[in-house]
Design a protein around this ligand. Structure first.
Ligand SMILES: NC(=O)c1ccc[n+]([C@@H]2O[C@H](COP(=O)([O-])OP(=O)(O)OC[C@H]3O[C@@H](n4cnc5c(N)ncnc54)[C@H](O)[C@@H]3O)[C@@H](O)[C@H]2O)c1
Length: 262
């Protein structure tokens, strides 16, 4: 007899995590594999793709496929989807996590973002999600069941004077999620967004220092008064990836310890 916990099992499912080789994305890749899925770790960073794929394959033999790819390039996305089709012949879960975030440099004034940087943030953070989903659809629809999880940010709702282009890109992710859900609901595919609060991801900490996400004001603004960690996000991601969220679509779940109350 099936138990309610079976709703969360991902045995035999195939997942692709963009930006899945480092930072928070690496935690998503590992959690999906721990839950029983085969995982394509897709990232622009060749070195961490190799490292994470090797590490996760040791833990889950023959279950992880590393793919170096660029979400801003259609050819690169097509090639990635083709590799997944050749390896597993299906794709059930797409986590659109790749973005320009940790690497964005701080500026003294928010009014000096170069046009090229503004456009690049939009091309990766917004168009990348649209293109990856569009290219994955045919394979996802093969089994009439699919999950698209778009990673937004609390800044979509709060705004950010310091990171205007980034905050705007994440606002677009929320809207894109709603729009995609409208078309895909009848095709067995749900589309939801997960919006983390300021999280001490290893990549952000490496560039900005370990205290960057530990500011007193930031912690005190939350109902739960502590630093947010990547581990705080995986439960919600797994819920969105599983049959437990069958009737949920077009929504954004904000996981931020009760900072912005959505
Ligand atoms: N850490 C936070 O505080 C926080 C808060 C809210 C939302 N987020 C979002 O969570 C996600 C992960 O954040 P993170 O802190 O790990 O940031 P990050 O910048 O370290 O992660 C981005 C990942 O995407 C990859 N990537 C970048 N450009 C790519 C491209 N063109 N093609 C393929 N992969 C590419 C990077 O190599 C990296 O693995 C991002 O979408 C970010 O916007 C993070």
């Amino acid at each position: 007899m099936k138990s309610a916990l079976d709703l969360f099992k991902l045995d035999g499912k195939v997942a692709m995590v963009t930006g899945g080789s480092k930072g928070i994305g690496m935690f998503y890749s590992e959690a999906l594999a721990d839950a029983g899925a085969y995982v394509a770790v897709a990232d622009i960073d060749r070195k961490t793709v190799a490292e994470t794929t090797e590490r996760l394959n040791r833990k889950h033999p023959d279950s992880i496929l590393g793919i170096q790819m660029d979400v801003s390039s259609r050819d690169s996305i097509r090639e990635a989807v083709k590799k997944i089709d050749q390896r597993w012949g299906r794709l059930d879960i797409l986590v659109n996590n790749a973005a320009l975030f940790a690497v964005i440099q701080s500026r003294d004034t928010p009014w000096s973002i170069p046009d090229e940087e503004f456009d690049r943030v939009m091309a990766v953070n917004v168009r990348g999600i649209y293109s990856c989903t569009a290219e994955a659809l045919a394979l996802m629809q093969r089994n009439h069941w699919g999950r698209v999880i778009n990673i937004a940010s609390g800044l979509a709702f709060k705004g950010s004077a310091r990171l205007m282009h980034y905050a705007a890109s994440k606002g677009a992710v929320v809207t894109l999620t709603r729009s995609m859900a409208m078309d895909l609901g009848d095709k067995g595919i749900t589309v939801n967004a997960l919006a983390p609060g300021g999280t001490s991801s290893p990549t952000f900490v490496e560039i900005h220092g370990e205290n960057a996400m530990r500011a007193k004001a930031m912690i005190n603004s939350r109902c739960i008064k502590r630093e947010e960690l990547p581990e705080d996000l995986v439960g919600t991601m797994l819920y969105l990836a599983s049959s437990a969220s069958d009737f949920l679509t077009g929504q954004t779940i904000v996981v931020n310890g009760g900072d912005y109350l959505h």
